[in-house]
Design a protein around this ligand. Structure first.
Ligand SMILES: Cc1cc2nc3c(=O)[nH]c(=O)nc-3n(C[C@H](O)[C@H](O)[C@H](O)COP(=O)(O)OP(=O)(O)OC[C@H]3O[C@@H](n4cnc5c(N)ncnc54)[C@H](O)[C@@H]3O)c2cc1C
Length: 513
């Protein structure tokens, strides 16, 4: 028997869409999820988040060799199972700033995507630890914790004060529409444990008779007739099956969705031909516009005070800054510097930081908030086991390289400041006090790690050439929507999870369009 709606993927967005759409009990919804339910207790521990990658609930992708990163390729974790990437993410909850969403409005021509228009969606999703007010929700599913001084590391409290002493404004949190300034990260943690989106949106409604969740089901292809989607081809164990529906909603994420479309014959004919897939629908921009945040890991210090273990998730405060000056309080963020309560070093720099141990060292991460480099991803063959070719094309533009150098300078500025003097024994990395542009670029290329925010591979736009329309319909196929990180046309300044949640809430509130 078919469903009214098939949702592909029960990750961050899929869990929300499944919850909201089944509130109407007359609508039958089936959710298909490739991964299994995760019971690993380590997944719950915020401080272990960097150490659970590569387990059975991680797709564990890797990028192609990156020219902008001295030829290295980066590990790309992606969650697999109910909860999706919220199973393994770093739990930072930052909506992004007004200027970020203004770019979405310009791209789509639709005011629905402004920060102010999305505010009800942000608020509906959360219960804020500081209580409900004009910008924070008090009764939504997702707990958002703004840590107080009792939970924050003393190192991070000094880090925040050090920025203030340098003239950076102190802001209450990252979720009030402006992000420039110093503040602890808001986190989706409750009672010391990670909370996944599935925990609070999907699992509580699984008893609804109009909702079915099938885990361990990999969707191979979309099936369509005369320009209308009618279902999907899946494997369950070794069995191939067809599942039919009136409508299909793609929530497979910014990697899973374009790969599924390409396997289905939807994409750039040259890419499909090279992979041995017959073109069913030309949609040349499928898989393009791939972009991500990079972080430099890092600007590393040995500490003269013992660095207490983090009670949170290690990376406790990201400070967003404008290239216009440290005292700026509104407008776009250009760079970010984050304080990690321990050593955080890229694979390429690991051999230069062997003396840095937890408890004895700390790191200032640095990065570019609005990168202009754009890459792409594609299938390498027609089958689910044919691995993707992922090329984010990092640091391709002069803008990104220049902003990255600025970010490194700012990390060293606060790292070497009086406010952190009682912690700082010495700067371990970079090892040279003064750097030429070439030396800084070379260091950055080796320090770079992903911040795990790939977006944009099915961008929404008013332009007919873009795969997805501003109301999240896939162009060229009736009965198909895309609702997840892949529709983001231009990345928000901070981590993207809150924006993905707002997309899913906003879509669900207006469904059916
Ligand atoms: C290690 C890591 C750290 C991060 N840290 C942060 C952070 O601190 N703050 C923040 O804001 N963001 C963070 N992010 C990013 C954020 O988690 C993601 O952007 C967000 O969860 C993406 O949501 P989504 O719904 O687009 O996709 P996902 O949550 O990835 O969900 C996609 C789901 O679809 C399933 N799927 C895919 N293909 C198929 C298929 N063919 N058949 C069936 N099922 C399929 C997948 O298994 C998965 O469950 C992090 C991400 C990672 C990986």
């Amino acid at each position: 028997m078919g469903s009214d709606v098939l949702i592909i993927g029960s990750g961050s967005a899929g869990s929300i869409v499944a919850n909201r759409l089944t509130a109407d009990r007359s609508r039958r919804v089936t959710v298909l999820e490739a991964g299994a339910r995760v019971t690993d207790p380590d997944m719950r521990r915020p401080d272990l988040w960097p150490f659970i990658h590569g387990r059975s609930y991680d797709w564990a992708y890797r990028t192609a060799s990156q020219a902008g990163l001295a030829g290295s390729s980066l590990e790309w974790a992606r969650g697999k199972g109910p909860g999706g990437s919220s199973l393994i993410h770093a739990m930072a909850h930052m909506r992004g700033c007004r200027a970020d969403f203004q770019r979405w409005v310009e791209e789509t021509g639709d005011a629905r995507w402004s920060w102010d228009s999305l505010l009800p969606s942000f608020m509906r999703s959360e219960t804020f630890s500081g209580g409900a007010d004009a910008v924070h929700g008090g009764s939504g599913p997702l707990p958002v914790l703004l840590p107080g001084p009792d939970l924050s590391s003393p190192l991070v409290l000094d880090y925040l004060a050090a920025w203030e002493a340098l003239g950076v404004p102190r802001i209450p949190d990252h979720n009030q529409g402006e992000m420039l300034g110093a503040t602890p990260n808001s986190l989706t943690i409750r009672n010391g444990e990670r909370v996944t989106v599935s925990d609070v949106y999907l699992d509580p409604v699984l008893e609804r008779s109009n909702l079915s969740l099938h885990t361990g089901v990999v969707v191979h292809r979309l099936l369509f007739d005369h320009g209308r989607v009618r279902g999907v081809a899946v494997t369950i164990g070794d069995q191939h099956e067809v599942m039919e529906a009136d409508e299909v909603i793609l929530c497979g994420g910014s990697i899973g969705d374009p790969l599924l479309l390409m396997r289905s014959g939807v994409g750039d004919p040259r890419v499909l031909h090279a992979a041995g897939v017959e073109t069913m629908l030309e949609s040349p921009e499928v898989g393009t516009n791939l972009h991500d945040h990079l972080l430099g890991a890092g600007n590393l210090y040995s500490s003269q005070l013992p660095v207490p273990a983090s009670q949170l998730q290690l990376s406790e405060s990201m400070t967003y800054l404008s290239h216009r000056g440290l005292g700026e309080t509104s407008g776009a963020a250009d760079i970010v510097v984050g304080c990690v309560v321990g050593p955080s070093v890229s694979e390429a720099l690991a051999s230069e930081a062997t003396q840095a141990r937890p408890g004895e060292s700390y790191t200032l991460l640095f990065g570019v908030t609005n990168p202009t480099s754009r890459g792409s991803l594609r299938i390498s063959g027609p089958n689910i086991d044919d691995g993707p070719v992922i090329d984010p094309n990092y640091l391709d533009t002069a803008h990104d390289r220049q902003m990255f150098r600025l970010a490194l300078e700012h990390a060293r500025l606060v790292g070497g400041s009086k406010g952190l003097a009682r912690w700082r024994r010495s700067e371990i990395l970079p090892s040279s006090p003064a750097m030429t542009v070439a030396q800084a670029d070379s260091f950055i290329a080796r320090a770079a790690i992903t911040h795990h925010h790939p977006v944009g591979t099915l961008r929404m736009s008013r332009l007919e050439s873009a795969p997805v329309s501003p109301d999240l319909k896939f162009r060229g196929l009736e009965g198909l929507h895309v609702v997840d990180a892949s529709v983001i046309p231009a990345i928000t300044s901070g981590p993207v999870h809150a924006a993905v949640i707002a997309i899913a809430e906003s879509f669900s509130a207006s469904y059916p369009a």
